[in-house]
Ligand binder design. Structure first.
Ligand SMILES: Cc1ncc(COP(=O)(O)O)c(C=O)c1O
Length: 367
């Protein structure tokens, strides 16, 4: 894992512990973005035919093994907010089966969206624990929306019993994997998840603008998003009149022109994550987060993330005041979440020596 450090130039002068929010930029992204600029300039309009139109799919296919999904089941999107709306827009929320279940710990963009969905007829229920959530899934539940790893405290939920209960009563499950993608093995296909959404800014080291949507293969042809557009048409360049004729493939979950430069950048992240291997990344991450907790204990700093590695994602939250600005001035990158504390997210390119140095800086500031 140590050898991967040289692929991330910024690590030379930064203590980068913020991969739960923004992964370090791979050197290859510079090359990839230069390639994009070169194609735009030299191939002009022809670049669309030479791979650009296919990029929402080809980029999704690079990501598929990282998430444990089959090829052609992931389509790139601008962000989680849009990707999730596309799925929500597939259903009629005015019927008897119209409950949407979620956890209060879900990310705010998801929760804000669910509240707006009430205007379209959805009945929203928010629960506080996994047990409550499972208990609340019933025959009137249409969709269960959960976050695989909670952003605030890095708590990792157990998806298997949630999906099993939902399927037993005819409900579906949408998982936000933003805080786990690229950091721990997910196994979307093995879990039998119906839908997943996520993005590339964090552990995937892919930069902004490269969100993604996974749809279980057997759902693809049965769903018709209302949030749609010409790119979802089976023949977009026929410019047909009248209502849309949806593509048979995962392309039916597209809408408008894709964010091509963002997809160029994201591919560099996926390539390096795939090369390192998600299992290896998880092993290193567990070792580093364990070490972080040990250091916090040595200094009697409260730990606000689960101590059991099985229940923890890639970050550890420690209960100290907001000193992120002072740390950033020293090129030490962490963040702070109100009501939680400082979030520290070591990735496969970090070392225990860096954690020692981070704690020296934190202790000096809080002393
Ligand atoms: C779990 C989770 N979901 C979603 C988002 C962001 O959503 P979007 O891609 O719409 O900005 C974040 C953080 O940025 C997150 O941590």
């Amino acid at each position: 894992m140590h050898s991967f450090r040289s692929h991330f130039p910024s690590l030379q002068n930064t203590l980068h512990f913020i991969s739960h929010s923004l992964g370090a930029m791979p050197a290859a992204a510079t090359t990839s973005l230069a390639l994009y600029a070169n194609q735009w300039q030299s191939r002009s309009i022809r670049a669309w035919q030479e791979g650009w139109w296919q990029m929402p799919l080809t980029t999704g296919n690079l990501l598929a093994p990282i998430l444990g999904a089959q090829p052609n089941t992931i389509v790139m999107q601008p962000n989680v907010t849009v990707a999730q709306w596309i799925i929500l827009s597939c259903f009629d929320w005015r019927g008897r089966r119209n409950k949407l279940l979620t956890e209060t710990a879900n990310f705010p963009t998801n929760i804000y969206t669910f509240h707006e969905l009430e205007r379209l007829g959805a009945r929203l229920t928010e629960t506080r624990t996994e047990e409550e959530l499972i208990e609340a899934i019933d025959e009137e539940t249409l969709l269960v929306c959960v976050s695989h790893v909670h952003f605030r405290d890095s708590y990792r939920i157990d998806l298997q019993p949630i999906i099993a209960k939902a399927h037993a009563v005819g409900a579906m499950v949408l998982v936000d994997v933003y805080q786990s993608a690229g950091c721990l093995p997910i196994g979307l296909e093995a879990l039998n998840a119906d839908f997943a959404v996520g993005g590339s800014v964090k552990w995937l080291c892919g930069g902004p603008g490269a969100g993604f949507l996974y749809v279980r293969p057997d759902h693809i042809q049965n769903l018709q998003p209302q949030l749609t557009g010409w790119m979802a048409h089976r023949a977009p360049f026929a410019f047909e009149e009248g209502p849309i004729q949806f593509a048979d493939s995962i392309f039916r979950f597209l809408h408008g022109t894709p964010s091509i430069p963002a997809l160029f950048a994201a591919q560099s992240g996926y390539e390096i994550i795939a090369e390192a291997g998600v299992e290896n990344i998880r092993a290193k991450s567990t070792q580093l987060t364990q070490y972080l907790i040990q250091k916090a204990d040595e200094h009697s700093i409260p730990v606000r993330s689960p101590r059991d590695p099985e229940k923890r994602g890639g970050a550890v939250v420690i209960g100290v005041l907001d000193i992120t600005q002072q740390l950033a001035e020293q090129n030490v990158l962490v963040d702070y979440r109100p009501g939680a504390g400082i979030r520290i997210g070591p990735h496969f390119y970090n070392t225990e020596d860096e954690i020692d140095e981070l704690f020296r800086r934190i202790i000096a500031l809080i002393a």
